[in-house]
Design a protein around this ligand. Structure first.
Ligand SMILES: Nc1nc2c(ncn2[C@@H]2O[C@H](COP(=O)(O)OP(=O)(O)OP(=O)(O)O)[C@@H](O)[C@H]2O)c(=O)[nH]1
Length: 277
């Protein structure tokens, strides 16, 4: 122990870990196991497979938890960070199973969970001017290990344009339209690119968004949205149909929130399909 600290400690106290009481390890008598306990809001670099560039470095917000049997008073939170520190070469989907195994071991837990939410960037060209720019999407990996069984869900939130079929049908000209946020989550038995999910959502909207729009592009997106009216129900049904038809996808959930430009509320729809594991 360095000079400064030892001066702070009265002679009686030995500040070594072994000498300090370990409250977390003490018994609890309420007979209430805890489903998930751990740490939230850690920021850590991760590496994500990028279909065009091989790999994309980004930063994730990470939550890590384990189950806690009823007889333990507390989990050992520092150990989650120790496991992360051991993976300092940045975390990827490939090393998630190993990371969760280490969490199970270090915390003597049957179940270990990790949620990683991160910005994912895709370069897109505008439809007419071909001006290229980076679009950012919110993506997530949610993984768990229960005993030896590893399970991962891939998710992405994609902003698109939706134009109202009713407004178009009843109006002599124009139709109300707005930005919508589509949230897609899947479990799969084979690799699925994040880009595939983004492109699926964008192809099923009234129109996709672009990083840069010049006036010719604006004309294009205005007319394309008008030609492709979509209720919020259409947004989720069209996607559910395509996800259901993809043999790689074993479970999915799709939700759309349309931030209605004429209402003081959003329109919302959700469909879940397949067999969740
Ligand atoms: N379980 C639990 N720990 C908490 C809580 N709030 C803070 N902690 C902190 O968790 C830290 C203890 O982590 P541990 O991993 O038990 O630390 P340790 O006992 O020195 O490490 P080990 O020897 O590996 O168990 C301390 O800084 C606690 O203050 C809480 O609500 N529950």
């Amino acid at each position: 122990m360095d000079e400064k600290v030892s001066n702070l400690m009265p002679d009686c106290c030995d500040a070594s870990a072994d000498a300090l009481p370990d409250m977390q390890a003490s018994r609890d008598t309420r007979r209430l196991p805890i489903d998930k306990v751990g740490v939230k809001g850690i920021r850590h670099p991760i590496v994500v497979k990028d279909r065009n560039r091989g790999a994309q470095n980004t930063v994730a917000d990470i939550n890590m938890t384990v189950n806690l049997p009823h007889h333990f008073k507390g989990t050992h939170m520092s150990r989650f960070l120790e496991v992360l520190a051991d993976h300092d070469d940045a975390i990827s989907v490939e090393n998630l199973p190993d990371l969760l195994t280490k969490v199970q071991e270090r915390l003597s837990a049957h179940e270990a969970h990790i949620e990683m939410t991160f910005p994912y960037f895709m370069r897109k060209e505008a439809p007419v001017s071909k001006q290229a720019g980076l679009m950012d999407y919110q993506a997530r990996f949610v993984a768990s290990k229960k005993g030896d069984e590893f399970l991962m869900t891939l998710g992405v939130d994609v902003a698109v344009t939706s134009l109202c079929p009713c407004s178009k049908e009843i109006s002599q000209y124009g139709a109300h339209n707005q930005r919508s946020l589509v949230s897609l989550n899947i479990q799969s038995n084979a690799f699925v690119w994040i880009e595939e999910l983004i492109e699926l959502v964008e192809a099923n909207a009234s129109c996709e968004l672009y990083a840069i729009l010049k006036r010719p592009d604006e004309k294009y997106v205005t007319e394309r949205a008008y030609e492709n009216p979509r209720f919020v129900e259409d947004m989720v049904r069209d996607l559910a149909e395509k996800l259901d038809a993809d043999a790689r996808i074993t479970w999915f959930s799709v939700a759309s929130e349309n931030f209605e430009s004429i209402h003081n509320h959003s329109a919302y729809a959700f469909i879940e399909g397949g067999e969740a594991r």
